[in-house]
Design a protein around this ligand. Structure first.
Ligand code: TYD
Ligand code: MG
Length: 451
């Protein structure tokens, strides 16, 4: 009888341990070490490769011929943009995101619009469930094949029979290979099945899209090595109570990671949002106090984002500070700066801050809009709706320049804003703008300009 071999893996960081322990001494997590059976049998599922005798030779860099990566147009502009121009042949793409965020919907939609033969393998839903979803999405690619299977051996058998151009796996955590005996979703299964799929993808130049679950910390479940193995790591995120979803590339061997795609979840699937600025600003007839619009950049794309603040007298001894979509520590810093440098007495006030649309912003250029919305709520005086802001606020109360200011100004101009407030220290290319540029250098200036 074959001897079974077992090892212990930390389910959090993927470290291999010689014996069980209560705590992983690498990542310091408790109760994460699990025994997994690994059988060192050489029976990998994808074995079409002809053992080549060729040994690679080093070449002079000038002698290497470049062949443009062969890309498949996914017919989904936002996805193409994030991928860097389409799906590269033979590439492995991993899409992660919280449960219910719309990963399966996005990929099924792509499978139904792409003009290629797609094999969609699901280990999570039945064929009729997927069919029901596809009915709602309304697109029909008659060449889209649906398979419910979790064993890689059987998946590769179907692949050989059907010869698809693109393979989708939903999700990597459900896959299982016969080569090892650990349960699906365990570190060794994920590593092994991914390795088999990579071998298949590289040998046949077929792009593979993997869907992956994420852990409660927000990283992709499974060993970190999974992210190293694949070519592209995409993250699908958004607030489940809102309809907007953002697709980002965390790693991309074939393009920039600064691009991002924006979608809106509708009854009939995900709609691509081409002009994101318009949707993030709420429609209203009159100006309300406590709102200000920031000209931010998400990756390479300019986004006009509405910041809402509510400043009210504190009911309890300790004032409350609460934010959604903005860093609470940063809000506290801005309040301290307002108090110290400009003499606003906010210490006895509750301050609530909200970024409209359920998205979260990291761009420091939103700071000035945060300051403006707080001042506006505190004064109970509205800021004109055609006014926007783009600057960072420093600890000394100085208004600091931001990167790519021209792009922000042009976006604001395009959307019909009349005024934009930026730092005096920003180098703005001198040319004729239709928008009025207001320059400020200190936090006191902001107050004077606005009220
Ligand atoms: P799903 O793609 O199943 O999420 P994931 O694969 O990331 O777990 O998304 C499910 C959610 O999307 C579900 O809450 C319902 C919603 N949805 C719509 O609003 N409209 C649609 O057309 C579809 C297919 C799903
Ligand atoms: Mg799913």
């Amino acid at each position: 009888m074959a001897k079974t071999k077992t090892t212990f893996f930390c389910q959090n960081c993927g470290t291999q341990h010689a014996q069980w322990a209560g705590k992983c001494n690498v990542c310091n997590e408790w109760n994460t070490i699990v025994e997994e059976v690994i059988q060192k049998e050489e029976k990998r599922a994808w074995k079409q490769s002809s053992p080549s005798k060729k040994v690679a030779k080093p070449l002079k860099i000038n002698d290497i011929a470049i062949n443009e990566e062969d890309r498949i147009d996914t017919q989904n502009n936002e996805l193409n943009r994030v991928l860097g121009g389409g799906l590269v042949k033979g590439s492995m793409t991993l899409l992660g995101g919280e449960p219910g965020i719309g990963k399966s919907t996005l990929i099924l939609q792509v499978a139904l619009t792409i003009n290629k033969k797609v094999l969609y393998v699901s280990g999570e839903e039945s064929q009729s469930q997927i069919k029901m979803r596809a009915e709602r999405l309304k697109n029909t690619n008659t060449e889209c094949l649906i398979l419910t299977e979790t064993k890689t051996q059987n998946i590769f058998k179907s692949i050989e029979e059907t010869q698809p151009d693109v393979v989708v796996i939903d999700s990597i955590q459900t896959l299982q290979t016969d080569a090892i005996e650990a349960s699906p979703g365990s570190i060794s299964q994920i590593r092994e099945t991914t390795a088999e799929l990579i071998k298949f993808a590289k040998e046949t130049a077929t792009p593979v899209i993997l869907i992956g679950h994420i852990t409660k910390e927000g990283t992709i479940a499974g060993p970190k090595i999974l992210e190293h193995m694949v070519d592209v790591v995409l993250q699908f995120e958004g607030d489940r109570n809102h309809t907007y979803r953002i697709l980002r590339a965390q790693k991309n061997r074939f393009g920039s990671t600064a691009e991002l795609g924006i979608y809106e979840m509708q009854g009939s699937g995900l709609r691509e949002v081409e002009n994101p600025s318009e949707i993030l600003i709420s429609e209203k007839d009159e100006s309300l106090s406590g709102t200000a619009i920031g000209a931010t950049l998400e990756g390479m794309r300019p986004l006009m984002i509405e910041v809402q603040a509510l400043v009210s007298t504190a009911v309890y001894g300790t004032p409350q500070r609460s934010t959604t979509g903005y860093n609470t520590k940063r809000l506290n810093m801005i309040l301290a700066v307002l108090e110290k440098r400009a003499g606003f007495r906010l210490g006895a006030k509750d301050v609530f801050l909200n970024i409209a649309g359920g998205i979260s912003v990291d761009d420091p250029a939103i700071d000035l809009a945060v300051v403006a919305s707080i001042l506006s709520s505190n004064e109970d005086e509205a800021i004109p709706q055609d006014y926007c802001f783009a600057a960072e606020v420093g600890l000394a109360g100085e208004i600091r320049p931001v990167n790519r200011v021209e792009q922000r100004i042009l976006e604001a101009e395009k959307l019909g804003f009349q005024k934009i407030m930026v730092s005096k220290y920003n180098k703005i290319p001198s040319k004729k703008y239709n928008i009025k540029i207001v320059l400020v250098s200190k936090i006191e200036d902001v107050y004077q300009q606005l009220f």
